[in-house]
Ligand binder design. Structure first.
Ligand SMILES: Cc1ncc(COP(=O)(O)O)c(C=O)c1O
Length: 395
């Protein structure tokens, strides 16, 4: 039996730098103690009050098919939230509820790209981006951002690669770099998208986790309402990763077609999950703050630890739950460093290379373990890097 090219070539093949992650998981399965600073999963679980609402809704019968576009309640809630946060008039007709941000990313590319069109994305990137673009039948083309620009995108570099592009996928606050795009960056990107008639797909799943600067949704920029598809999610803001609830916000016409796509693919999101999401989004900012607070604290701890040495560089950690650390002074690649760190200290981090070439020589540290262990692990990372740097200088 022949499988389609689309499915067999989804992930692009080759080493993707995830070997360290799988090796750490094997070590844990074999009973070894490993400090895992790899993936973006909170160390706290969904708040009991959200679970109580899920339970209430399910028991009261909301377990059948839910409305495919999303319940009126959740679509209205998301629309009101977006309008409040951005000032852009938004109604339920601008909102499609999806099974998480990931499904929204796929659907947005299905809406934006004809088969064979180019879908641009920025390197370093969240692991699923190129496969998502390819899965939608488009050609995934990376544009590098640069460590020396603190990984802020450069519109000129994007323009150089924009021939044939139907979409540009951006992510602020950014995974994996922790960078929040400046207004200037976003204005330049928006100008490019308008001039070249490119859809801007704006992944904003970390919009409640901003430590420095402000989160700007490019949908607010002049002329961008009709050029932007915003991706949102309950996963990161409310520690609801397993609930699979997210959304796309965009022009009404695009949402109408996206509802058709949902009818023929996901058929919606469970009603009791949507009720829990509506509750969580209207319960005030405390729930979000409770989820964000540990990362805010650990980022402060990290800045202190890193300020006491000068081997490991910290890319300005402005948002999201990760730190991008520059380990080039050790003479190691990100992958080499991550492997050596796992072997010698049983600490697992993600090599920068697993997020694209632009993050080579870096490692990504997820701030997802308790403060004490996190601080101790970071100190070890720095000491180990200093040891390696001194050793390579002596050779
Ligand atoms: C940048 C980014 N976008 C989207 C997602 C997908 O999130 P979800 O599908 O859980 O909403 C993630 C998850 O880690 C992410 O980091």
């Amino acid at each position: 039996m022949k499988l389609s090219h689309r499915i067999t070539h989804l992930t692009g093949g080759g080493s993707d730098g995830w070997d360290v992650f799988y090796r750490a998981r094997r070590m844990i399965a074999e009973g070894q103690a490993v400090t895992e600073l790899t993936i973006g999963e909170h160390d706290i679980r969904t708040h009991p009050s959200i679970l109580a609402e899920m339970d209430r809704s399910a028991r009261s019968g909301h377990t059948g098919y839910a409305m495919v576009p999303g319940t009126d309640l959740l679509r209205d809630t998301v629309a009101a939230r977006i309008q409040l946060r951005t000032g852009v008039p938004t109604t339920r007709n601008n909102v499609l509820i999806t099974p998480g941000g990931q499904a929204a990313l796929f659907a947005a590319h299905m809406a934006a790209c004809e088969p064979g069109d180019v879908g641009l994305y920025l390197d370093p990137f969240y692991a699923t981006y190129p496969g998502t673009i390819r899965g939608a039948g488009a050609v995934a083309r990376a544009v590098k951002t640069r460590a020396e620009d603190a990984f802020q995108p450069n519109a000129r570099l994007i323009a150089e690669k924009a021939d044939g592009a139907a979409s540009l996928l951006i992510n602020t606050p950014n995974n994996p770099t922790g960078v929040v795009y400046s207004r200037e960056t976003l204005n330049e990107i928006a100008n490019l998208c308008r001039q070249r008639d490119i859809w801007l797909i704006s992944d904003e799943v970390y919009d409640t986790q901003v430590w420095d600067g402000e989160h700007i949704s490019p949908r607010v920029l002049p002329g961008m309402v009709d050029h932007t598809l915003v991706i949102g999610s309950m996963s990161k803001s409310h520690a609801m990763t397993g609930s699979r609830c997210g959304w796309i916000v965009g022009p009404e016409e695009a949402i109408q077609h996206l509802i058709n796509l949902a009818t023929h693919t996901t058929y919606g999101v469970p009603g009791f999950i949507q009720d829990a999401a509506s509750y969580a989004l209207t319960a005030g900012s405390d729930l979000e703050e409770e989820v964000a607070a540990p990362f805010r604290r650990r980022r402060e701890l990290a800045i202190q630890v890193l300020s006491k040495q000068n081997t490991v560089g910290l890319i300005p950690a402005q948002g999201a739950m990760y730190l991008m650390l520059d380990v080039r002074a050790t003479g190691y690649s990100g992958e080499g460093f991550a492997n050596a760190l796992l072997d010698s200290h049983s600490i697992a981090v993600m090599p920068g290379e697993s997020f694209g070439d632009a993050a080579a020589g870096h490692i990504r540290v997820a701030m997802t373990i308790d403060d004490e262990r996190f601080e101790a692990a970071l100190k070890t990372v720095c000491e180990f890097a200093t040891y390696l740097a001194n050793r390579s200088a002596a050779e």
